[in-house]
Design a protein around this ligand. Sequence first.
Ligand SMILES: Nc1ncnc2c1ncn2[C@@H]1O[C@H](COP(=O)(O)OP(=O)(O)OP(=O)(O)O)[C@@H](O)[C@H]1O
Length: 616
Amino acid sequence: DLASERAALLVLRSAVGGRSLLWNVSQSTPCLWVGVKCQQNRVVELRLPGMGLSGQLPAGSIGNLTELHTLSLRFNALSGSVPPDLASCVNLRNLYLQGNFFSGDIPEFLFTLSNLIRLNLAGNNFSGEISSDFNKLTRLGTLYLNDNHLTGSIPKLNLNLQQFNVSNNQLDGSIPSKLSNFPATAFQGNSLCGGPLQSCPHKSKLSGGAIAGIIIGSVVAFVLILVVLILLCRKKSSKKTGSTDVAPVKHTETEMLGEKSVGDGDSTSMGYPIRGAAVLAAAATSKGSGDKRLVFFRNSNRIFDLEDLLRASAEVLGKGTFGTAYKASLDMEVERVVVAVKRLKDVSVSEKEFREKIEIAGAMDHENLVPLRAYYYSKDEKLIVYDYMPMGSLSALLHGNRGAGRTPLNWEARSGIALGAARGIAYIHSRGSASSHGNIKSSNILLTKSYEARVSDFGLAHLVGPTATPNRVAGYRAPEVTDARKVSQKADVYSFGVLLLELLTGKAPTHALLNEEGVDLPRWVQSVVREEWTAEVFDLELLRYQNVEEEMVQLLQLALDCAAQYPDKRPSMLDVTSRIEELCRSSSQHEQEPDHNIINDVHSVDSGAPVPSVVD
Ligand SMILES: Nc1ncnc2c1ncn2[C@@H]1O[C@H](COP(=O)(O)OP(=O)(O)OP(=O)(O)O)[C@@H](O)[C@H]1O
């Protein structure tokens, strides 16, 4: 009953929180104490994050709170082992113990808590192996074991995990296939292989005879394939005159775009296949198009031309939905010019339509858009030249280098990026009711040296065929969009809402959360907010900023409004921009005091009132 639960809480307080838990013990009910939540006169939640609790959890305290469904003791200085009488809390659904000094094996009794949905043991001193008994927790969706001293291999887990992280332990062996959809960051800092990391070395158990058989078989097959290829090539070259076909671009780290190879797709230079040169050389010699020069937009000066691009050294930046992007460095007479060149694939519109549409995109001019400089069109090649953005994309900033050495992205930077991106998209929408971006996502929000956001890739969705829609845009795509070309302003608003959620939670919508049941970021946030205190969804880096809690919740609300299922329910980008402007104004009025001692800060966010209204 409540009286014995009150007594149990007092045992806890005197053991680990004598000075920091300022509970009014003259009150007969514990339900009014900070961090304690009751339902039907029983304690169901105990949340004491960052309360400066230290020492060992005593037996006979939390174990007596048998109706408990959420226990959060994160970011304290608790040590020793987790007391086994916690096994009595059979209703426990959420257990957050991260950021303490708990040690020993991962406690066995945890595997009897069959209602657990979220378990976070990260940032402790747990050692020993990860037990396959985790499979007994059939409801588990979140499992964080990162930043401990765990050893051995990762067992096969047949769970429907939406969040998983074991980075920075001492694990080895291969990543089980069921977990291989999680990003590399979930595993780094171990000696693991397979899945998103480099593949594991093969161990051969074949006999010498079998190996010899395989080698002979392979050689015969290789010779046969070679003969067929030679025959095919002969046939093809006899049909073609002045071929303009281009070999697909391979991801060499550095490629020469040009030099002596113009018009010679097969030559090599510096030991690399000159694939960039092949691309552009083919472009330069191809028939069927009028102008063979780069077409520059508006007031962009013609400071370089196609030949200069051919000569430039180039680096592959990445492969996207619409093609491959390169960084090209051109040594011009006056200065060194660095540009990003996108080689488009799957262009589905006619030359006339392409030129019309790219001119519309090129005419857009706003401080929050990546300037489009020039384009090149031929039958076989379509290139677009942008300003190169040295700080890379928001996606890389948020999800790259999550380990040591990472610069945390504070609230000021995140809200500023949100505002810049919103302004850029609002500008695109202001160009007419049919004007939309069509591919809003964090890798298309690029950053200047001062972390100002610039939207990239606008207008490209209208040029390509429906095939150019890999799954990775799915996390951002509005539910009503079935054909990637039929984009709309309201669909952009949805994608922008997902982008805001990504900024606030630090989670990539395209990876960990998407499981077979299609749990996407908006739905995940809604479910957490509905059940939990809102603070649980925010990126830990943001929780350092206690004095902007109000604004963070407002931005979360706005993000969920944007990601509404029905387009009519979503605000316009103009509304979105003014709401972000408003909350940036109010947060800049608070003095930003990023206290690097998380322990002192987190609790004031987490111990605020629950905010279920966020999803209403
Ligand atoms: N102008 C640029 N300056 C610097 N980096 C860029 C520039 N344009 C693109 N990139 C980076 O190059 C990589 C590939 O970009 P690309 O736009 O081709 O693909 P994507 O953004 O991953 O997907 P999508 O094609 O759907 O937009 C991304 O990491 C992107 O951030």
